[in-house]
Each structure stands twice: as C-alpha cells, then as structure tokens.
Design a binder for this molecule. Structure first.
Ligand code: SF4
Ligand code: SF4
Length: 422
C-alpha cells in the first residue's frame, strides 16, 4: 500500500491510493460548548435532501448525546474496538513529538487502513469496518439528554477518576455529518471506483450511476456517514450542499454559501468554509486570516473527531469544557487540554473570531480586526483576563465585506412610541 502523510497523526500512514490533494478543502468548526440540540440543522438537511421514499433512516446530519447515544448506535465504540482487536492497548499518542508538521504530536497506534492490512479478509477489505444492523440505524438521538457519572477511560474502565473542574455528572451533544475526509475510507473501499473527491473543493461524492450497492463504503466509513438506500439499491451520502458551495444558490448572488445545516444553526455553533490547500504537502496553506485556519492551526482551539481512525477528517470541534478529559482525549486526541485552556480564556483575536459564527450565510474567506476599548476584566485560572470591544470584519471570496460585528452585542433601545402600538 502507498504511504501518505497524515498531519493529524504526525506521521506517514498506509492508504490504498497515492496522495492527491484538492485546491480548496471543504472544512468546518463546531463549538460543542454552545449546542442546544434543537436539531434545526438536522431538519434543515432532512427537508432539503433526504425526504423521499427509501431515505427514512438517512440523517446525513445528526446531533447525538454523548456518551450513550450514537447514530447508528455504538458507531464510535465499535470502531474503537476494531482498532483494539488488531492492536490491543496500542492506540496511544506521543504528544512530545509535536512540531509544525504534526501539531498534536505523533499517533503510535493503528489506523483502520493499517488494521485491515494486518488482518486481511478474503474479500480484500481495505479498511476495518462493519455494517450496522437495522436496529442501530433506528434512532438518530437515542438516549437524548441521558447524563452519566462515568469518569472516562477506554470502554468504561476508569482508572483515575474525574478531576474538577470537570462535572461529575455529564453529557454533551455531538454534531455530526460527513467529514469530506482527506483520505476517505468510503472512497478507498469502493470496488467500483464510484466514489470521488472533487479536485476543486475536496467534497466527497458517490456517482449514483457507477454504484452497485455493495455497501463497502457503509462498512468502511468509521463515522458511518455513507448510507444504503433500499429503494434504489445504491449508497448515498452528504453532498456538502455543493450547489451552495459553488455559489449557485440565488440567495447568495453568486457568492459561495455555507451548507443548509450550517446556515440554520440556532445555537450559532457552526462555521463552514473552504481552506486553501498546499497541493504538494496536503497541509493547509499558511492563511492565518481565514477564520477556519485561524481556529484550527493558529489558536488550536478546534480538533478533529477521532483522528486515530486515519481518514484525516475535515470537521473540527471545540471540545466541551465540562466533560472528563480521558473521554475527550480518546475522542479528539492530545490537543484537548490546550484547546480547552484557549477557549476558557480566549485571546483577543480568538474572541473576535468567535463572533463570526453564524453572522452570515456567505462563506468567510478572510477576517480583519479593528481594536476597540477595554470593557471588562476578571481573573481566569489565577490570571488576569481582559476583554476589548473589538470590531471583526469578514470578507467573501472576492474580498468584498460581508459582515461587521463587535465583541459586545449592541443594545438597541426601541422608541417608547412604537411599543405594542397595535
Ligand atoms: S466521513 Fe465517511 S463518508 Fe464522509 S468522506 Fe469520510 S469516510 Fe467518506
Ligand atoms: S442547529 Fe446548531 S444548536 Fe441546534 S442542534 Fe444543530 S448544531 Fe446544535
């Protein structure tokens, strides 16, 4: 198998194809701390793309309650167990190996591609995987709001217990859709070459004409975001609302727009866009004024979901402050403590960029900050923290200003004369 460089793992890894990178990459950041599980995103997607016969079980976007919930049920526990079964106890990280090319250090365990090579099957499967049962697809948010006193550790075996300030009883919402991975397992697994990654924006699509419904992609995707449609007998998945990304939604006047699930987010937890790629190395281009690049690469406040699977997912999460660290380390890797520290006492620039979440439906390609007055100060974790009412300005793909907002929400006092005037 060819070797490719996976920057989230800080090392080369085996992948069935040579590396090829798009010019831009579809990516998103979700702030778990703000989600209220209203499922507006879920319904925005459902009512746009999966409302037809045979798609009843398809939730391309879902929001599940961790640690008990999952759609399909147990998707992450089963994926982690598969890695353990080929490499018992080996899924560890060396965070001390962090450098510019490997921001989270080095992953010393096995990926789903390496696991498949170690344990070949008769069918020649290229990734470790499984097909969920019908029952597992049945409930998009099973165990909604069920809290736990489980304190962390792999598979429920807590060795150290919880440390404050984490909560003793906890749950959180995990927002999920296809990660339009840089090394997609669905694409790697397809014997028909029906799955492709677009060179212009990195969106991963299934060619409905080529697909024969073998469900290899359903088994291989560790996030379980490729789904089989029984009425057409082919597989379907999130298409990243590509007409909006291409600027074809009439609402945008030609500008690239964020997807339906992102635009609808009531909790203002979502930001999606395109990041410029270095097509030689597969890393993101040095573009610190792109808000996604800033959040992931500069502030390092947003982290990939289960990077150990090895697909280099392009969805990033600001981890929840209150959940036990052992659980979060397993889910987001060794960057968790630094990300939570950065979010808890945000830098001036980070606080300004956080105001851009859901400030516009158009994709933001660049931001600028105009300094404002100091408006607040307090101690956070024993250190002085100051807040400034800076103005953050966002620009579209052509450099046109699309939004301007301040750190402090403006207070608008309505005139007495027009209150309830009916
Ligand atoms: S999340 Fe799954 S379906 Fe989406 S690109 Fe990655 S492997 Fe493919
Ligand atoms: S719309 Fe936003 S706040 Fe509501 S469930 Fe979806 S991600 Fe969470």
């Amino acid at each position: 198998m060819p070797e490719v460089y996976n920057w989230q793992l800080g090392r080369e890894m085996a992948y069935p194809y040579d590396a090829r990178f798009p010019e831009w990459q579809f990516a998103f950041v979700f702030n778990i701390n703000r989600c209220i599980a209203c499922q507006t995103c879920t319904m925005a997607c459902k009512s746009t793309w999966t409302f037809s016969k045979g798609q009843e079980h398809m939730w391309w976007n879902n929001v599940e309650t961790k640690p008990y919930g999952g759609y399909p049920q147990y998707w992450d526990v089963k994926g982690l167990e598969l890695l353990e079964s080929v490499n018992p106890g080996g899924q560890t990280w060396s965070p001390s190996k962090a450098d510019a090319k490997s921001p989270y250090g080095r992953y010393d365990g096995m990926t789903i591609f390496e696991g498949a090579a170690k344990r070949p099957t008769e069918a020649g499967d290229r990734a470790l995987g499984y097909i969920p049962t019908d029952e597992e697809w049945r409930h998009p948010n099973i165990h909604e709001d069920s809290a736990t006193a489980y304190e962390g550790g792999p598979f429920g075996l807590s060795k150290s217990g919880a440390n404050l300030p984490e909560h003793k009883t906890w749950f959180f919402y995990l927002q999920r859709l296809c990660n339009h991975c840089s090394y997609p397992a669905c694409l790697a697994a397809c014997p028909r070459n029906a799955i492709y990654k677009r060179p212009e924006d990195g969106i991963v699509l299934i060619d409905q004409e080529r697909c024969r419904g073998y469900r290899k992609c359903v088994a291989a995707c560790p996030y379980k975001k490729s789904m089989f449609r029984p009425t057409t007998r082919v597989s379907e998945k999130c298409i990243a609302c590509y007409p909006r990304v291409e600027g074809k939604d009439p609402l945008g006047g030609g500008a690239p727009m964020e997807t339906r699930c992102m635009s609808a987010c009531v909790g203002k937890i979502r930001m999606q866009g395109l990041v410029k790629m270095n097509r030689e190395t597969g890393d993101w281009a040095d573009d610190p004024k792109n808000p996604l690049t800033f959040l992931v690469k500069v502030a390092k406040v947003a982290l990939p979901l289960y990077p150990q699977f090895g697909t280099e997912p392009n969805g990033y999460y600001i981890p929840p402050r209150w959940a036990p660290r052992a659980y979060l380390h397993q889910m987001f890797g060794p960057g968790v403590d630094a990300a939570i520290a950065a979010y808890t006492a945000p830098s001036r620039e980070l606080l300004a960029v956080l105001q851009l979440f859901r400030a516009t439906q158009k994709m933001i390609f660049r931001f600028e900050i105009e300094p404002g007055k100091k408006v607040f100060e307090r101690d956070i974790a024993g250190k002085k923290w100051e807040m400034f009412n800076d103005t953050v300005i966002a620009f579209d793909h052509k450099g046109t200003e699309i939004v301007r907002t301040t750190v402090e929400e403006p207070v608008i006092v309505r005139s007495q004369a027009h209150q309830n005037s009916i």
